[in-house]
Ligand binder design. Sequence first.
Ligand SMILES: [Zn+2]
Length: 483
Amino acid sequence: MQYEPVVGIEIHCQMNTATKMFCFCDNDSFGADPNTNVCPICMGFPGMLPAINEECVKKGILSALALNCEIPEFSKYDRKNYFYPDLPKGFQISQYDKPVSQNGYVDIMVGSSQKRIRINRLHLEDDAGKLTHVGGGTLCDYNRSGSPLMEIVTEADIRSVEEASAYAQEIQRIMRYVGSSDCDMEKGMMRFDINVSLRPLGEEKFGTKAEVKNLNSFRALEEALAYEIKRQTEILESGGTIVQETRGWDPDKQVTVSQRSKEEANDYRYFPEPDLPPLVVTEKEVAHLRGELPELPLARRHRFIQEFGLSQEDAGILTDTRVMADFFENVVAVSKDAKKSVAFVNTILLKHLKEDGIDIAACKIQPQQLGKLITLVNEGTISNNQAKGEVFEEMYTTGEDPEKIIEEKGLKQVSDTGAIEEICKKVIEANPGPAQDVREGKDKAIGFLVGMVMKESKGQANPQMVNEMLRRKLQAFQMPNNK
Ligand SMILES: [Zn+2]
């Protein structure tokens, strides 16, 4: 029997606010010694009183708007109670039945086709601490506890590993465009939980699902999902039943392992957080935030294809980050040549940056300079090969203007017609054989003559101009013979 995977994803993104969600501790603890970035509020000491960080709410709503969510006027925080050493308060402050946003969607590209994934909700909650198991014991670090998180929950609309991966990557792009989360996987700023079930192809009813928690890279997401689909298929095909449970991913053994039977919502004994007032967001505030939304990655990608005639693939690469897309647009604004701009940015610049492990934001070449370089090629000041070769290399290393480099290296092509004309004349006289061949229509010979002129001009003549001039001259000589 053919089975269809039915997958929902919950993504936790750590927001990049200055302070934590309910206290004034620094939100960035990266590299700090354990338990040095904490206070009585995020440590959950008795009598502590949380206060809502306005920046978190604003960035949360902005992110939700980017996911096309509705923003209800009224939302509230709830306590989610569970007892674990990473949670000194004994509860997490989350949002249960009245989240800050709901009913949105994200369009994703899977290969070259577009698909819509519905978003159930984006809600706000605070993070727990971090446990490290060493030897026979466990070390607790609470630097991360109280950090603001957005939890983004899809409907079960995902049907394959490719869709899951495309969705997760699109969320990363969107949050980075919006500027609400850096989504740096290596720093644990983005984590995935997946709900996976199978159903016979064509069947409406969902099967029993298993959840795989705490996947912290795109690769782990893809591998764990592929494994889970395979595992459940094998169970169903051998007549077994799927157990509803929470599983973990073991990247070394490449398997998911059962951790516990799945909790139900009422296991957490949710109740409204008594120490925080409900959130009231007016229509006017929502409209104001909507006005702050940047053009989002997929819209920009479509526009690049329309406006600049880019391929899907090029447009995807060039809109991957906002800095990248801005860079490209600034190159085109100066060069007025989208096709050459793609060639310079995608095939030359990005290759260099990738090899050197440098982010485009730290690139020494300014987009305007690259645009100017392309203009210089189009105006015939230098050849395409020189531009892509030594001029680009020098710009890349020094950040110097292309005009200055061309001047200093003496690379400027001679486009002075008088000087080139003189050389052409000399070359024709010195090579009567090939010149005659061209006159007789043997086109191959023109290459030889162009080469001689280039050599004579020490490579500084504009080859296209030389070619035209030689043809003109040789045709002119031809005229009298025809009469
Ligand atoms: Zn604190």
